[in-house]
Each structure stands twice: as structure tokens, then as C-alpha cells.
Design a protein around this ligand. Structure first.
Ligand code: RFL
Ligand code: PHB
Length: 402
């Protein structure tokens, strides 16, 4: 049995774990990451593209803003198209100057991984049988198997950054947590291609045939998504079928300009709203997707993970710098306040932009959900007040300090 000592054990080397580790190291707080899969596998998952300024600030504070600031694109607006009509949401104008950055989660993760390796911070990739112990005690620990050897990682605190399917959340006794969940009756099929994007800004499209999103990674790389039935598989969608369907959902003038080409990656993600309360149990803190999931329509998942990281980073800094252990109990309350805003916004955007078929409004004598959503969308897109409400939430609400 090998024993390692550290201050903060981090479970998971996704963006939450890596960013937290880098920030803590900058304050001289020791940390070790234990990750279930390989680094290459983590980098192979194509996910988020839109970063709020709060996230970007944290990345800069971790000393890693260089490539993001050089290669990331500043987006001052987004478009929302409904049944072929296009509406511009002037993020910058409507919020008094706020913008978002279009820079892939894969790139952020790669930057964080490289920095961690350069700083010689310990990460155990492909760790098997990861288990958390004594999270209610003053000396918790994590055990795992690494390349055939058993390890015990002794620590003061554990950050559960192991995503929705991780083990950290399950370590909290069922009677001590409440989980809220909605699974949507459809998923998103994503396609990445080395084709010039169809627009300079993202275009969120509501059409009779379902939702579509035209996103991008650079001037030569595009990312597109389609709403698809939950039981569809990637094999059901040849590249040709994907491009045909996308053209039908985009506004006609946009579809005419679409460049198609072979896919670099295609995957289907289910859509879910999920919150686990509280986000802290003893010396265990849940961070990011381990505690909450949003449907990607509002581009909020990674950004909510970042605000959790910011809160925990501030608390850990106070603990180790000022011996202030009182503030620990505030983590869950602070993180959850912002999480619920993000949950509501993502749910609302999803409701407005997807097809829900024949779903009816409870107690309204057969009135369909889409009928209400049509007028909701009409109001928010056709009035400046409405567009401002969307813009303010899309760029992200401010972080709360401890
Ligand atoms: P992750 O990225 O899931 O990382 C968790 C890590 O923990 C590891 N793990 C374990 N390690 C050790 N022991 C165990 N037992 C473990 N179990 C799991 C996993 O292998 C993994 O490496 O969670 P994290 O770090 O909290 O990051 C969250 C984000 O990845 C997620 O919220 C975003 O990708 C969501 N998201 C978006 N967020 C945005 O802010 N803006 C966007 O534009 C955006 N677009 C998206 C998205 C998510 C998508 N999908 C596929 C769900 C678009 C899509 C399609
Ligand atoms: C992406 O580019 O992957 C992306 C952008 C915006 C979203 C979701 C995903 O709302």
C-alpha cells in the first residue's frame, strides 16, 4: 500500500478539477488529482464552446489566459431564428459591454493539463476503484488502484469534480441529499467538421422540424447540433443525413451558405436538468457536473462549474491563509444560488427553442405547451426588454463572494 499526503484531494480531471487544482496550487495549497480515464480520453470529449467572462477571468488568474485570449473569439452577439425569421441579440449593447468567448472546452482542458504537467502537480490518470472514506472525519482519504498498486491519498478536504456519473455524490448518504431531475424527451446530436462556419455568430434555430444550433470553433472549424429523438443512435445519422436535416432547420438564407464536409466527430447527448442539494457534506465538496446538469441550450454547464470552482477556491484560500474554517459551511448556499439561476435559464431557453410535440399544459383543456412557448418566444424576441433579459443571462450573472 502506497500512502500520499496532500491538502486537497480532487476527484476528476475534467475542467472543474483541473481549474481548481491550478488555482489552489497558485496559492500554495497542495492538491492531487485522481482521474478514472486517460488524459487522451478526457481530451476526446467534444463539449462546450461558450465561456462567460467570469470563467475567462478564472483561467487568467490561474495564469493560463494566453492561448485563450489569442485564439478564442470574442462574440458580441448571438442570433436566434424562429421559423425562418432571424433575431439579433446584441449581447454587448444590451448588457452595457459584456461579451462571451468562443473557445472549445477541449482547448481549455488541454491548456490546463499542460500547465499541470509543467508545474509537476500530481495526477493519477486511469485510476481504478476510486473510493472516498471518512468524509465526515477530520482526516478523510481516497483509495484507488493505479497500475496494479493500491494507493491511499490522505487529505484535509475532498473536491468531488467527477461529473454526473462520478462516485463523489453517491458517497453522501441518500437521506442527506435531495436530487431534482428532469430528463427531456429528446437529445442533441453534435457534429464537428473542418468546414467554414455558416455565421460569425452562433445561431440558435427553432423550426417545425426541431431545434438546431450553428456554432463554431474557429474560422475553419464548425460545430453543429440537431434535436433528435432519445432513441436515435449515431449510426442512424450518416453525415449526408445530418447536413440535409440541418439545412431544413436553418433559415433558408443561412442554409444556402452552408458548407458541408466529412465529420471529425459525431455524438449524441441526452438533455437533463439536475440539481443535488446540498453540495457539501462534511469535508467533501461537490463541484460542477457532479452536483448539477443543465441542458446545453443556454451554454451554462461549464460556466456553472466555473462559479463553483471560484467559490471553493475562495473558501480554501481563506481556510489555509487565515485559518477561517467558518466560511466552509457557506459553500453550498453560495454555489447553489447561482446554479438555480443557470438551471432556470437553461430550462427556459430549452422550452422556447425545442419541439415538445403534443405535450399539453396541465389543466388547460388540451392547450399545447408549444402554443404557450410560441407567444413566449414572440414576446422575448420582438421586444428590447425581452432581448435584454436573454442577453443578461447569456453573458452570465455576477459571481457572489464569500
Ligand atoms: P466532466 O467534464 O464530466 O469531468 C468529470 C471527470 O471526472 C472523471 N470521473 C472520475 N474520476 C475518478 N473517479 C471516478 N469514479 C470518476 N468518475 C468520473 C471523468 O472521467 C471526467 O474526466 O465534469 P466537470 O469538470 O464538472 O465539467 C463540466 C462540463 O464538462 C460540462 O458542464 C459542459 O461540457 C456542459 N456544456 C456546456 N457548458 C457551457 O458552459 N457552455 C457550453 O457551450 C456547453 N456546451 C456542454 C455543451 C455539454 C455538452 N454535452 C456533451 C453534455 C455541449 C454539449 C453537447
Ligand atoms: C458549442 O459550441 O459546443 C455550444 C455552443 C453553445 C451552446 C451549446 C454548445 O449553447
Amino acid at each position: 500500500m502506497n500512502t500520499i499526503n496532500t491538502q486537497v484531494a480532487i476527484i476528476g480531471a475534467g475542467p472543474s478539477g483541473l481549474l481548481l487544482g491550478q488555482l489552489l496550487a497558485g496559492q500554495g495549497i497542495g492538491n492531487v488529482i485522481v482521474e478514472r480515464v486517460s488524459g487522451d480520453y478526457v481530451l476526446g470529449r467534444i463539449r462546450a464552446g461558450i465561456l462567460e467572462q467570469g470563467f475567462a477571468e478564472l483561467v487568467r488568474e490561474a495564469g493560463l489566459g494566453q492561448r485563450m485570449d489569442a485564439e478564442g473569439e470574442i462574440h458580441e452577439g448571438i442570433e436566434i431564428a424562429a421559423h425562418g425569421e432571424r433575431f439579433h441579440i446584441d449581447l454587448k449593447g444590451l448588457t452595457g459591454g459584456d461579451v462571451v468567448i468562443c473557445y472549445g472546452q477541449t482547448e481549455i482542458t488541454r491548456d490546463l493539463m499542460e500547465a499541470r504537467a509543467e508545474c509537476r502537480l500530481q495526477t493519477y490518470y486511469e485510476a481504478a476503484d476510486v473510493q472516498l472514506h471518512g468524509v465526515k472525519d477530520s482526516k478523510p482519504s481516497v483509495t484507488f488502484n493505479y497500475r496494479g498498486d493500491d494507493f491511499t491519498l490522505k487529505c484535509d478536504y475532498i473536491a468531488g469534480c467527477d461529473g454526473f456519473h462520478g462516485i463523489s455524490r453517491q458517497t453522501i448518504p441518500a437521506e442527506k441529499r435531495t436530487e431534482h431531475e428532469r430528463i427531456y424527451p429528446f437529445g442533441w446530436l453534435g457534429l464537428l467538421s473542418d468546414t467554414p462556419p455558416v455565421g460569425a455568430e452562433l445561431i440558435y434555430c427553432k423550426s417545425e422540424r426541431g431545434f438546431a444550433l450553428a456554432s463554431r470553433r474557429s474560422t475553419t472549424r464548425s460545430r453543429y447540433y440537431l434535436q433528435v429523438p432519445l432513441d436515435d443512435t449515431v449510426q442512424d445519422w450518416s453525415d449526408g443525413r445530418f447536413w440535409e436535416e440541418l439545412k431544413r432547420r436553418l433559415p433558408p438564407d443561412v442554409a444556402d451558405k452552408l458548407f458541408t464536409g466529412p465529420s471529425l466527430e459525431k455524438s449524441i447527448a441526452p438533455l437533463r436538468s439536475f440539481v443535488c442539494e446540498p453540495m457539501q457534506y462534511g469535508n467533501l465538496f461537490l463541484v460542477g457536473d457532479a452536483a448539477h446538469i443543465v441542458p446545453p441550450t443556454g451554454a451554462k454547464g461549464l460556466n456553472l462549474a466555473a462559479s463553483d470552482v471560484a467559490a471553493l477556491y475562495e473558501i480554501m484560500t481563506r481556510v489555509y491563509r487565515n485559518n477561517d474554517t467558518q466560511c466552509i459551511a457557506r459553500y453550498s448556499e453560495i454555489a447553489l444560488r447561482r446554479v438555480w439561476h443557470g438551471e432556470r435559464f437553461s430550462w427556459w431557453m430549452s422550452n422556447m427553442l425545442h419541439n415538445f410535440g403534443d405535450e399539453t399544459i396541465h389543466g388547460m383543456n388540451g392547450v399545447t405547451f408549444s402554443r404557450f412557448m410560441d407567444s413566449e418566444r414572440d414576446f422575448y424576441l420582438r421586444t428590447e426588454e425581452g432581448r435584454r433579459v436573454i442577453a443578461k443571462q447569456y453573458v452570465g450573472l455576477p459571481y457572489e463572494h464569500v
